[in-house]
Design a binder for this molecule. Structure first.
Ligand code: ATP
Ligand code: MG
Length: 554
């Protein structure tokens, strides 16, 4: 697999903790909330957590932080599991915060008994009002004076469904003057009369994320609880719970979220794109989701390499999507099978090729993989080449076809363009060429020189295919970074262009999703899951070279 030498700062902490004997082995976890599909940002967290397991011979669990029944669904659980496995990682245990609801309830009762939690009847607005501001301390209300007995009774009745949504909450009694707003008597339980994707109707009160996440880590003896920076000021709260409840002290370590340019990453925003049909589902190949990238033709190795290359840091920044594309090219160059496909066909008739005949030529599968394998391609007297490989009046430096000019057909012969035909609109419809029988690739004795090498398909043997070409989903580098503007204003109207009728060599008719191809001189492609034997569909993963940077400069 990938090689990596230097340790990142989390790995350094773990190494120290093992060396000092603080821990004998380490336990990490990847804790997604099943409220959407995983995206490329999650890949960083996955590679980090599972990477620690692999490097230090520890354990890593997959834990679903499923404390909010309104947004969570079983299909998201399934999608998340599939994506992690596809990325090449194995979890030790599959766990759910919802499995701890009884324990969390018991801990809430314990806090009440110790006078450390109370039931508050105030509205959300009142609670916000009483919280104060970072510079002004908050104040407690009369509900904070409730007795333990009263609180125990009310909390139990909350659990029994006696009160409506929002009528009461349970709050931890910490410090209304703390400079850390999260310690100003935070909500720990709320009433939510909604079925949960796993516990069904059992509960009508649910722990807040902050009352579930840290304790779940403790229950699982997580030694290093890794999360993103926005949880840094939650750490004192988690530590307060650990101390008051006397439970396993997981150590939280924060790192900066990884952001990608020309896209949005929060699941809430991605869900909007899906719900408003601005993309075709979570796995639309333009989405920054793992499933979208997979469908687009990214390999798991290219995503792991990307995550390793960007590494982790304490400071947030935006990574240009061209780095992700670079990683795709780098891996696809190694694994993709070379094939020929013509996206914008121009007919070539080889006038001296025996009428009605054909022959097989050999196309190398991949010059980079050291295996020297080939596949067969039919060659005949009627071919398609790419329209842009011909110019009526080419400049000197144009090394492809023009009147009197020669080019080599890859794996085939050198041909010379003798003339061309046009329709009434002046569009070139056909090239008339001659071929040189002694110039066959691999056994060329013609002594001819042709600088240009063209791809082609034999018309009689080629299959039709639909080609879906993708571009960045957003024109702006940071679509969510504009005050007062909706990120959707920056959607690229040309992020998908479809070629209805491209022509592919017959070898490709057996292509299946999950296989990667380099369409010679064009880019990397993969069959879309929509593809059938009757209608072949390919997605362009990336072009061969970075054309975006160039277009931007114009
Ligand atoms: P989003 O805001 O995209 O919905 P989230 O943080 O709410 O993300 P979770 O399901 O809670 O999503 O995330 C699971 C884990 O992945 C968490 O530990 C979270 O910190 C981490 N994570 C999420 N987004 C990123 C990111 N962009 N870069 C690195 N790690 C991330
Ligand atoms: Mg979250």
């Amino acid at each position: 697999m990938e090689t990596k030498v230097s340790l990142n700062f989390v790995e350094e902490i773990v190494e120290k903790d093992l060396a000092s004997g603080k821990h004998e082995t380490i336990q990490t976890r990847f804790p997604p909330e099943p409220n959407g599909f995983l995206h490329i940002g999650h890949a960083s967290s996955i590679c980090l957590n599972f990477g620690l397991k692999n490097r230090f011979n520890g354990k890593c669990n997959l834990r679903f932080d499923d404390t909010n029944p309104s947004t969570e669904e079983t299909r998201y659980v399934e999608a998340i599991k599939k994506d992690i496995q596809w990325l090449g990682f194995e979890w030790d245990k599959e766990l759910y915060a919802s499995d701890y609801f009884d324990q969390l309830y018991a801990w809430a009762v314990q806090l009440i008994k110790e006078g450390l939690a109370y039931v508050d009847d105030s509205s959300a607005e009142e609670i916000a009002e009483q919280k104060g501001t970072p510079t002004k301390p908050g104040s407690r209300n009369k509900f904070a004076e409730r007795t333990v007995e009263e609180n125990l009774d009310l909390f139990e009745r909350m659990k029994n469904g006696e009160f409506e949504n929002g009528a009461k909450v349970l709050r931890a009694k910490i410090d209304m003057a703390s400079p850390n707003m999260l310690l100003r008597d935070p909500l720990i339980y709320r009433i939510k009369k909604e079925p949960h994707h796993r516990t069904g109707d059992k509960w009508v009160i649910y722990p807040m994320y902050d009352f579930a996440h840290g304790q779940s880590d403790s229950i699982e003896n997580v030694t290093h609880s890794i999360c993103t920076l926005e949880f840094e000021n939650h750490r004192p709260l988690y530590n307060w719970f650990i101390e008051k409840l006397g439970i396993f002290p997981s150590r939280q370590i924060e790192f900066a979220r990884r952001n990608l340019s020309h896209t949005v990453m929060s699941k809430r925003k991605l869900l909007q794109l899906v719900n408003e049909n601005l993309v075709n589902g979570w796995d639309d190949p333009r989405m920054p989701t793992i499933s979208g990238l997979r469908r687009r033709g990214y390999t798991a190795a290219s995503i792991r390499n990307y995550a390793n290359k960007i590494g982790i840091a304490r400071r947030e920044n935006v990574i240009d999507v061209s780095l992700l594309e670079f990683c795709a090219r780098e891996d696809l160059n190694k694994v993709a099978t070379r094939v020929m496909a013509v996206l914008d066909p121009l007919k070539v008739v080889i006038t001296n090729y025996p009428k009605g005949e054909m022959e097989w030529v050999e196309m190398p599968n991949n010059p980079e993989d050291g295996k020297n394998t080939v596949h067969r391609m039919p060659f005949s007297g009627e071919l398609y080449i790419e329209r842009k490989d011909f110019m009526e009046d080419p400049p000197k430096k144009f090394f492809r076809l023009g009147p009197g000019r020669m080019s080599r057909l890859k794996a085939g012969y050198i041909i010379r363009c003798d003339g061309f035909e046009k329709d009434e609109n002046g569009k070139v419809t056909q090239l008339n060429c001659t071929y040189f029988p002694e110039s066959k690739s691999g056994q060329d004795t013609s002594g001819l020189k042709a600088k240009g090498v063209l791809h082609w398909v034999s018309i009689a043997h080629a299959a039709k295919a639909e080609i879906r070409q993708y571009d960045r989903l957003f024109l702006d580098e940071n679509p969510q970074g504009h005050e007062g503007k909706d990120f959707k204003e920056f959607i690229n109207p040309d992020s998908l262009s479809v070629i209805e009728e491209a022509y592919i060599e017959p070898f490709l008719t057996n292509a299946e999703p999950g296989k990667h191809y380099q369409f010679m001189r064009t880019g990397y492609f993969t069959p879309d899951p929509d593809s059938t034997k009757e209608k072949l569909i390919f997605n362009r993963t990336v072009t061969l070279r970075d054309s975006w940077a160039k277009a931007q400069r114009k």
